[in-house]
Design a binder for this molecule. Sequence first.
Ligand code: ATP
Length: 415
Amino acid sequence: MIIGIDDTDSERGLCTTYLAAVLMERLQPLGKLQDLPRLVRLNPCAPFKTRGNAAIALELDTSRPQEVREVALRTVTELSDLSGKNTNPGLVAVDCVSDDMRRFYRRAVTEILEIEEARELLDSEGAWHRSFKKGRGLIGALAAVGAELPDFTYELIAYRERSRWGSPREIEAKSVWEADRLTYPLTWDTVDHANQRVVFAPHSADPILFGIRGDDPSALEQAFSCIVSEPWERRVLYRTNQGTDAHILAADIGQAKNFQSYRLHGKVSEAPHAIAGGHVFFSLQNESASITCAAFEPTKNFRTIIKKLHPGDELEVCGAVRDGTMNLEKINVLDLADRDMPISPVCPQCGRRMESAGKGQGYRCRRCKTRADARTRVILPRDLETGFYEVPPSARRHLARPLVRESRQNAHPSR
Ligand code: ATP
């Protein structure tokens, strides 16, 4: 049996992953969990998400499906913040995953879907499901059930004791830096070196104490054992689509639509410029279309790279399109345009720079009286290498594949 859950929390508290962690404990007497629970991130542009648009799927080998469904329903009723304005829980349980469910996941991670689409598919498959209020959570719950993860990473999440929810988290920063030192690059996004910040713990009132992300469960364990913190109530290792670029579609600039995330190819057509607030914009174009690309203030040191771009540079850019603007997550600088500057010509006799002979009258050497018609141009060195650049860990989207996962020589990971 595969169980999917979504939309149980609100800005005020709780968390779908915590609910799933409690449910896993309650299901233990009723069957055996197969594989790791899946923490599935869906379209980061979904309009009603609370934070990171997460949904959960659990796979259970059980001969008591009726009791499993009852326990799941009771747990969702008990641990959802039903008073939340935008909390609309959904719960789905199926015996097997169909191709249509897999397609639904692919769409939920890249498009914006309607609740009706989820209901129709659930009905046509005869899948057991329950929902509360508007039932929007059925979208995420069904997508989590259908989630195939051809590429995946892990996250080990520790949850707080209930009595501490809402209070500041007690985590010794030094131990977190040490955990990163010992386990990076097999773990990532624990700290942000460039911005000197610990980034593996939320600041909200939810039950998560911290989460360690990475490619290797034993490295996650090693990092976990370094952390000195308040006591944790429980911990769960998830398999996840985080850090895989599952949300990115390859497209042509002219095809890019709002609320979707893309990889686009083109040339810088308008030099980067910063506006008040520190946001940096430039235009990217191909033969038939152009789009504004943005590195917003929270992307911090990434903006320094963006400011070095120049018209004519050939790029691939990745990010989400909102209000017609691509919010950059990373770029691949494929080719750097020559940057040149006009200067006065050199006198062929004495080797000194000539001077202007007056408007429209070319150049002349005062000493030798030689003349030249036009200025010459010098190629300026570029303070930028080709290759991949990304936003720092403090600004990373959950789904964005960090460059530390790339084996390419020309990746410049932000750490
Ligand atoms: P948290 O990360 O803290 O669990 P959240 O950010 O996951 O919270 P939810 O409370 O789960 O936010 O709300 C997201 C809502 O958006 C859910 O109802 C989910 O079903 C729905 N949703 C997810 N993906 C899509 C999509 N592609 N199109 C439309 N709705 C979606």
